[in-house]
Design a protein around this ligand. Structure first.
Ligand SMILES: Cc1cc2nc3c(=O)[nH]c(=O)nc-3n(C[C@H](O)[C@H](O)[C@H](O)COP(=O)(O)OP(=O)(O)OC[C@H]3O[C@@H](n4cnc5c(N)ncnc54)[C@H](O)[C@@H]3O)c2cc1C
Length: 541
């Protein structure tokens, strides 16, 4: 490239970093509704532009917050000063291959939005301009193969694939298919200074707790991994580390604090021919818990088990009565104080029918009524149930936003803890007792199949907010003691750092800090996510 061309290119790229202005105000927050601050923002479209933005900010020593779809609820994408790199314009699906097992893997830029990706996979329609021969040939095979799907399903489908990788997102289907981690076959990550690392699953492993990473330029980074043992439950708290781990897993779930994930390769799975859901109603929580236990024992092919307590059902009743939405679902009888939605995946109709029969038996045994169960066997009926699941958190967020108008110091307090098998009933009992004693309003729902419930405390005043916070800190301690996690899927972000410290203790927090410093010596990326920004910050504050 001539000096003139290089200068021209620098000029084009330099327009990339824009000063913050009112126009970009919405980028100061995410779904946590926490509002941050930043001096500048960029929307890179390519690897080159991303490298440029990172290198400039690295040279300046400015903090960088990475954003995908800003649907996160732990404030991870909320900027903490400095610069925002928003990846929503890196939104191309860039290729496809068949792996050694004959399964299809699709390569995407990090900003591809989940709903668009799912549509492309379902319809098998990709903009393949710029794809190489190998990708086009895999696409041809893909067209001739049966239906496929991408299993991770974090409820909010405007999330980006990069954001899902950064949070190791999970959701209802995690019960059967695991979290996003399990579906990622390769990643490309850019470090704080613009160097990139390309990782394919199965190619680079730690020796015990020492990991050597080779950058694309050939530099070798030697990393000492923290020594904690992660809980044996669904978990998104802190960095993923274990003996002999695959290097790719370090960046999955690292909450934008170790590197910028700019390319993700995901592995698709064959779409089950029969996807049926049953929404089962019960008089109260005890019956619902019995049903869950029976189902886990008796029913194979369960893909999801989702819980809704009485307050969540009231929210839905209110939404149906006063909103235009949720027209696809019937009214919920006033008799019911709890519900469980199960999803069955089967290759054959007879198989799904048999499992459904067992679900019916579990309903009977738990004191429910099979004639009051909603069955969804078509995709439109399944969409109705999905809209319903999504409506509850959205409605709760709106309620808190309204309360904030008169009491700006409050916000929603949501727990995201999971416990080992055998601790579910006692843990739910602990939540209920604590909230009754503290006189707090709440709604509880979530992924009960994984012993993972979201307790949403809905404070009406500053005092209630403080009481709720103290209660959640107490739960974090007791859940950690039982071998559980303080965050099963939303990640630590900026809101659960104190809870992470309760879970792992200071020694391991310092080990995590050392790992971060080895990859991000100026402490610039995702400042305040997982670890405090100030205590360990580059500016020494
Ligand atoms: C109604 C509702 C329901 C939800 N339900 C679930 C659920 O069931 N399960 C679940 O797991 N989550 C759930 N979420 C949370 C959220 O949707 C997920 O965490 C999602 O994965 C975030 O993706 P995003 O693109 O919006 O990321 P963002 O919110 O933009 O970012 C999230 C974090 O990842 C980092 N990040 C984003 N992109 C990158 C990147 N390319 N490289 C490095 N770091 C990056 C950010 O810095 C931040 O720390 C829900 C959210 C809402 C609003």
């Amino acid at each position: 490239m001539s000096e003139n061309e290089a200068r021209g290119r620098r000029r084009v790229i330099s327009g990339l970093i824009r000063p913050m202005s009112e126009k970009y105000e919405s980028y100061l927050c995410d779904e946590s509704r926490v509002i941050g601050n930043a001096e500048s923002i960029s929307f890179p479209r390519t690897e080159v532009e991303l490298r440029y933005a990172l290198s400039v900010e690295y040279a300046r020593g400015d903090r960088v917050t990475v954003q995908g779809g800003r649907t996160g609820i732990s404030a991870g994408a909320v900027p903490n000063g400095g610069h925002i790199i928003n990846l929503s314009r890196m939104d191309r699906i860039t290729g496809m291959r068949k792996d050694a097992d004959g399964e299809f893997c699709v390569r995407v830029q990090a900003g591809v939005v989940l709903t668009r990706f799912n549509d492309a996979v379902a319809e098998k329609k990709f903009d393949a301009s710029g794809w190489g021969y190998a990708s086009l040939s895999a696409l041809e095979d893909f067209h001739g193969a049966g239906p496929y799907m991408f299993m991770p399903d974090p409820t909010e489908d405007t999330a980006t694939i990069g954001g899902m990788a950064a949070c190791n997102a999970s959701g209802a289907l995690t019960y059967r298919y695991g979290s996003t981690r399990r579906h990622i076959s390769a990643l490309r990550v850019m470090l704080c200074d613009g160097r990139s690392v390309s990782l394919r699953r199965g190619e680079c492993f730690a020796k015990g707790r020492r990991l050597q990473l080779r950058t694309d330029d050939g530099d070798v980074l030697c990393l000492d991994l923290p020594t904690y043992t992660m809980p044996d439950v669904k978990n998104a708290a802190g960095y993923f580390v274990c003996d002999g781990m695959d290097a790719i897993d370090l960046f999955i779930g690292s909450d934008g604090a170790l590197g910028v994930i700019f390319e993700v390769e995901v592995r698709l799975m064959k779409r089950p021919a029969h996807i049926w859901s049953a929404m089962c109603f019960f008089g109260g929580e005890n019956d619902a818990l019995r049903f869950v236990a029976e189902c886990r024992d008796m029913v194979e092919n369960l893909a999801a088990i989702e819980y809704f307590d009485g307050a969540s059902l009231d929210i839905l009743r209110g939404e149906k009565a006063f909103g235009a939405s949720l027209t696809r679902i019937p009214d919920i009888s006033a008799r019911y104080g709890a519900a469980v939605c199960v999803e069955l995946h089967g290759a054959l109709e007879s198989e799904a029918m048999e499992q459904l029969f067992y679900v019916g038996e579990c309903i009977d045994r738990a004191g429910g009524d099979i004639y009051d169960t909603w069955l969804a066997r078509t995709s439109s009926a399944n969409i109705g149930l999905r809209e319903m699941r999504r409506a509850i958190p959205e409605r709760v967020n709106r309620l808190i936003a309204r309360r904030k108008l008169t009491e700006p110091t409050i916000s929603k307090l949501g727990s995201d803890m999971a416990v080992p098998d055998g601790f579910l009933r006692a843990t739910l009992g602990m939540y209920r007792l604590g909230m009754t004693e503290a006189g707090l309003e709440s709604a509880v729902w979530g992924h009960i199949g994984n012993n993972h419930l979201h307790v949403n405390i809905l404070p009406r005043s500053k005092e209630e907010f403080e009481r709720g916070k103290a209660l959640i800190a107490e739960w974090a301690k007791r859940v950690s003691e039982s071998g559980g996690t303080i965050s099963a899927e939303h990640g630590v972000g900026k809101l659960k750092r104190d809870a992470l410290r309760i879970m792992y203790g200071d020694k391991h927090i310092l080990e995590m800090s050392a790992l971060k410093r080895a990859l991000d010596p100026k402490w610039l990326l995702g400042c305040g996510n997982i670890l405090p920004a100030a205590t360990f910050g580059a500016r020494g504050v």
